[in-house]
Design a protein around this ligand. Structure first.
Ligand SMILES: O=C(O)CCC(=O)c1ccccc1C(=O)O
Ligand SMILES: [Mg+2]
Length: 368
């Protein structure tokens, strides 16, 4: 296969409500979309999950644009590619910049599946027809606000509640949540807000029977997490620390975590995500698919990945309507009783809505 033309679009979409983590608040979502066209007129689509600011990792939508325009697109344009698995090999001389690489890799996977006439999920080797999803709830102004939201999402059927925590919004908050919802599948995500010196505070979370605590310590750490895991009963799930198969292998070997959150962009694409999935399966480490407040294209990729067999815990891929008044795909991603039905159409299985995409495009450029 060959990509003959690429369109890069810078998007800006207003979120229905702000989303706050330990590192900052999202009001608008600014991100890149990449459309990879072949000579027959088919298009594959990818979404960059890099944010406007480098607060989750070091990438931003502008570093992604730079890497794509100056290195990645020139490397892949008009190049004969046997299989999407080869894309990461072609790009392997570029260090890091995983989200930039993943943007085009995802588009090429979608294009490949469309050329074959099969769903992306099938192309990846997935078999689930439906996937279970949970929801991630940002830091709120008051505990009452949080309890109200949880109630709402429990009633909507989401299979797992993830509560963002940070110093000053942690043990008391989780205690109240547990008190009001004694039986819900519940977890906390710290986005690297703590250090080993906070071990006694983190131990207190053991009381609340959490499914896991996500990324409590530094975003580049697997050593201190291994120390912490020996001291607490709550399973640690790594997010920010895992950028590759090698990172996952080392974290598993060290005992830094018992669960891994796989985000396609963070690990450089679907091929690497699949490799990490397979490694975790071998080592009896359950995985789930993380979210980056994606619009429809990114959400569709997450759904396809989640059909692989070791995605045994509900992920963060909530309904489009939880984030957007209007999403970029037809139909929008819908969740019923905490389940998403995996589309059966070729590729990502949701049609990019070119009119809506145009409406939210700030700037675009074509490479051919
Ligand atoms: O709803 C989603 O897409 C997941 C939200 C979420 O938890 C998150 C949002 C932005 C940055 C990092 C994270 C995270 O998983 O750590
Ligand atoms: Mg996280």
């Amino acid at each position: 296969m060959k990509v003959t033309e690429v369109v890069l679009r810078q998007m800006k979409m207003k979120m229905k409500s702000p989303f706050t983590t330990s590192f900052g608040t999202f009001q608008d979502k600014e991100f890149l979309l990449l459309e990879a066209r072949d000579e027959t007129g088919l298009s594959g689509w990818g979404e960059s999950v890099a944010f406007h600011s480098p607060w989750y990792n070091e990438e931003t939508l502008k570093t992604n644009w730079h890497m794509l325009e100056d290195f990645i697109i020139p490397n892949l344009l008009k190049k004969e590619i046997e299989h999407p698995d080869d894309v990461s090999e072609v790009l392997s001389y570029i260090r890091k910049n995983n989200m930039a690489k993943s943007t085009i890799e995802g588009a090429i996977w979608d294009l490949y599946a469309k050329q074959k006439g099969i769903p992306l999920a099938k192309a990846l080797g997935g078999s689930a027809n439906q996937i279970e999803v949970g929801i991630s709830i940002g830091i709120q102004n008051t505990i009452e606000d949080l309890l109200r939201l949880i109630e709402e999402y429990v009633n909507e059927g989401y299979k797992r509640m993830k509560v963002k925590i940070k110093p000053g919004w942690d043990v008391e908050v989780m205690r109240e949540v547990r008190k009001h919802f004694p039986n819900i599948p519940l977890m906390a995500d710290a986005n690297s807000a703590y250090r080993l010196k906070d071990i006694s505070l983190l131990k207190q979370l053991d009381e609340f029977n959490l499914m896991m605590i996500e990324q409590p310590l530094a975003s580049d750490d697997i050593i201190d997490h291994a120390i912490l895991q020996k001291e607490i009963n709550t399973p640690i799930c790594l997010d920010e620390s895992i950028h590759s198969y090698e990172d996952a292998r080392k974290a598993i070997e060290l005992g830094s975590c018992k669960i891994i959150n796989i985000k396609i962009g963070r690990v450089g694409g679907l091929t690497e995500a699949k490799r990490i999935h397979d490694l975790c399966l071998e080592h009896h480490i359950p995985v789930w698919c993380g979210g980056m407040l994606e619009a429809g294209i990114g959400r569709a990729h997450n759904i396809a990945l989640t059909t692989l067999s070791n995605f045994v815990m509900p992920g963060d891929t909530a309904a489009s309507s939880r984030y957007w008044e209007e999403d970029l795909i037809d139909p929008a991603v819908e969740v019923e009783n905490g389940m998403i039905t995996v589309p059966e159409k070729p590729g990502i299985g949701y049609a990019p809505n070119l009119e809506t995409i145009k409406k939210f495009t700030v700037y675009e450029k074509t490479y051919s």
